[in-house]
Design a protein around this ligand. Structure first.
Ligand code: HEC
Length: 470
C-alpha cells in the first residue's frame, strides 16, 4: 500500500507551502525595490507574496544574516539554488531584508507562526491525514483511476504516467505532441464509460497548428486506446478552432455525463471581446460531443444557422473545473474571473454565462470591467469568489469514507493553495470551508475507486490522498 508521508517531510512541506491570505498589497509594500527580483527569481517556489515564509518551520535561522546566507549559498541538495553568483551581494541582502520585513508585517497582523504544523487536520469533528502518493512531479494536471486501481495522470509538460497501488510508477508511451508553454500542455484525462471493455481514454491538450514554425495552438481532445502501457489508434476528435497565438485560458476539463456524451470546457484564450459571446467560435464554451466526436442532434444550437453545433453553453472565461453531481445528475462548472469574480455555475444547455458582459470581477489593475453583475438572459453564478481563489479541479465527494462531507463539492485553489469544500443544498452553496491551508497550488481533484479523495498540486508537484483517521 501507499506509504504514509514521514512526519519530517510533511512538516516541511506544510510549512514550506504556508502563506497568509489576502496579504498581497501589504506584502508588496514591504520592500518595493526587492519585489521585481522576488517575482523573477523566488516566486515560482516560494509564492508570489512570499507565502512559504509564514508559519514556517525555519531550518537555517531567521536573522537577516541567516536568510542572506540561504539566498547567497543556497541549499542545493534540498532544492534551494544559490543566488549569490547571479545576483551579487547587494541584491541578496535586499531580498533578505524583504523577507525579514514581510515577516514583521505578517507578525503585526498575527500571521507568522514559526514551528511545525500538525500533520493531521480536523473538519466537522473528524480527523484526517495526508498521504503522499507521488512527489517530484512536473505539474500533474489531470488524473483518472483505471478499473485496476492504477492512477493515471498527465504532467503538463507532456508525459503520461500510471502508478499502481503499490506505488510503482510507469510511463505511458504515445502521448500527443503538445504546445507546452504558458498555461498550455498536456491537460485533462477522462476514461470512456465502458473503459473496462474497450480501453478507450481521452486527453485534452494544447495542439500546435500544423506547418513549419507555427506557434498558434488550440484546445483539442485526443481519443486513444490504452494497450498495456501504450496509447494506440490515437486521433483528435475535437479541436476548438480557430487556432490562436495566446498561451492561456485553454479550459480543458472533460466529463462524461449519464447521457453517455462527453462535455468539454474551452477557455476564451484571452480574446474576451471576440470569442465567448459568439456562437461560431469554439472558445469560452462548454461543448458536448459523442464518444467519437460526433455532435448529438439534441444539442441546443444544432439547428441554429452559423452556430457551432457542439456548443452546450457559452459566455465562459476559463473553466478548469467540471463535475456532475452524482445525486442529481446536474453539471457544475467553475471558472476564473479576471480579478475577483471567479464563478461556480450550474451548466444548463443553451445558456449564456455572461463573460465578459457581466462579471463580479475587475481588471487586473483594479479598474471596473463592467458595472453589471446581472442582466436579463444571462445566467448568474451559484456563488462567486472575491478575491479570486483561482479555482482548478473539481469533484463531488462520494462513497462512505467521509460521512460528514458526503455529497459536498471540492474545488481547488491555485492562488490560496487550499481545497474549498462547498456544502450544497437545493443547488445552492450553504456553507464553505477551506481545507489544508497552503498545501500547494491545487490542480486536480478526483475520487479513487476505493473511495478516497486524491488531489494534485504543482510547483512543486505532488499527488496526495486524504485519509480519515478517526
Ligand atoms: C527552485 C525552487 C526555489 C527557488 C527558485 C528559490 N527557493 Fe528558496 N528554498 C527552496 C527550498 C526547497 C528550500 C528549503 C531548503 C531546505 O529545507 O533545506 C528553500 C529555502 C529557502 C530559505 C531558507 C528557509 C529556512 O527554512 O531557513 C530562504 C531564506 C530562501 N529559500 C529564500 C529564497 C529566495 C530569496 C529566493 C529567490 C532569490 C529563493 N529562495 C528561490 C526552493 C527555492
Amino acid at each position: 500500500m501507499f506509504k504514509s508521508l514521514p512526519f519530517a517531510l510533511l512538516a516541511f512541506l506544510l510549512a514550506f507551502c504556508n502563506h497568509e491570505k489576502k496579504s498581497t498589497t501589504a506584502v508588496v509594500a514591504a520592500n518595493p525595490n526587492a519585489h521585481p527580483d522576488w517575482t523573477k527569481f523566488c516566486a515560482s517556489c516560494h509564492g508570489p507574496d512570499a507565502e512559504t515564509f509564514n508559519r514556517r518551520e525555519w531550518k537555517y535561522g531567521t536573522s537577516r544574516l541567516d536568510i542572506g546566507r540561504a539566498i547567497r549559498d543556497g541549499y542545493p541538495d534540498s532544492g534551494m539554488p544559490a543566488f549569490g553568483p547571479a545576483l551579487g551581494e547587494a541584491k541578496v541582502l535586499e531580498l533578505a531584508d524583504y523577507i525579514v520585513k514581510t515577516r514583521e508585517q505578517q507578525r503585526d497582523k498575527g500571521a507568522v507562526i514559526d514551528g511545525p504544523k500538525p500533520q493531521t487536520f480536523k473538519s466537522e469533528g473528524k480527523t484526517y491525514r495526508l498521504d503522499t502518493i507521488a512527489a517530484g512531479l512536473d505539474s500533474p494536471w489531470g488524473m483518472a483511476f483505471l478499473p485496476t486501481g492504477d492512477l493515471i495522470f498527465t504532467e503538463k509538460t507532456g508525459s503520461i504516467w500510471r502508478i499502481d497501488p503499490a506505488g510503482k510508477k510507469t510511463q505511458i508511451n504515445g502521448a500527443p505532441k503538445v504546445m507546452s508553454g504558458g498555461q498550455g500542455g498536456l491537460l485533462d484525462i477522462e476514461l470512456h464509460p465502458s473503459f473496462a471493455q474497450n480501453q478507450i481514454i481521452y486527453f485534452t491538450y494544447s495542439k500546435l497548428k500544423e506547418g513549419e514554425g507555427a506557434t498558434q495552438s488550440a484546445t483539442a481532445v485526443l481519443r486513444a486506446r490504452l494497450e498495456g502501457n501504450n496509447l494506440v489508434d490515437a486521433r483528435d476528435i475535437f479541436v476548438a478552432e480557430p487556432y490562436v497565438g495566446t498561451q492561456h485560458h485553454f479550459g480543458s476539463r472533460m466529463e462524461f455525463g449519464r447521457d453517455g456524451y462527453l462535455y468539454v470546457t474551452v477557455g476564451e484564450r484571452g480574446r474576451q471581446d471576440e470569442f465567448p459571446q459568439v456562437l461560431d467560435k469554439a472558445h469560452g464554451k462548454v461543448h458536448r460531443i459523442t464518444e467519437n466526436g460526433d455532435i448529438p442532434a439534441d444539442n441546443p444550437f444544432y439547428n441554429k444557422p452559423g452556430a457551432l453545433r457542439s456548443i452546450w453553453s457559452y459566455g465562459h472565461r476559463n473553466p478548469q473545473g467540471l463535475a456532475f453531481d452524482p445525486a442529481s445528475g446536474i453539471l457544475w462548472e467553475h471558472e476564473h474571473g479576471p480579478r475577483g469574480g471567479d464563478e461556480l455555475n450550474r451548466i444548463q444547455p443553451g445558456k449564456n454565462y455572461g463573460w465578459p458582459v457581466v462579471s463580479y470581477g475587475t481588471h487586473y489593475d483594479g479598474r471596473a470591467f463592467t458595472d453589471k453583475t446581472t442582466m436579463d438572459g444571462i445566467e448568474p453564478p451559484v456563488t462567486y469568489w472575491v478575491p479570486s481563489i483561482a479555482p482548478c479541479g473539481m469533484a463531488f465527494i462520494t462513497g462512505d469514507r467521509y460521512p460528514t462531507w458526503k455529497g459536498n463539492l471540492l474545488a481547488g485553489s491555485l492562488r490560496f493553495r487550499y481545497l474549498n469544500r462547498c456544502v450544497i443544498k437545493d443547488n445552492q452553496v450553504v456553507k464553505q470551508e477551506n481545507l489544508l491551508d497552503d498545501v500547494g497550488r491545487v490542480r486536480c481533484i478526483t475520487m479513487s475507486n476505493d473511495g478516497y479523495i486524491y488531489f494534485s498540486v504543482e510547483n512543486p508537484g505532488f499527488i496526495f490522498r486524504i485519509v480519515p483517521v478517526k
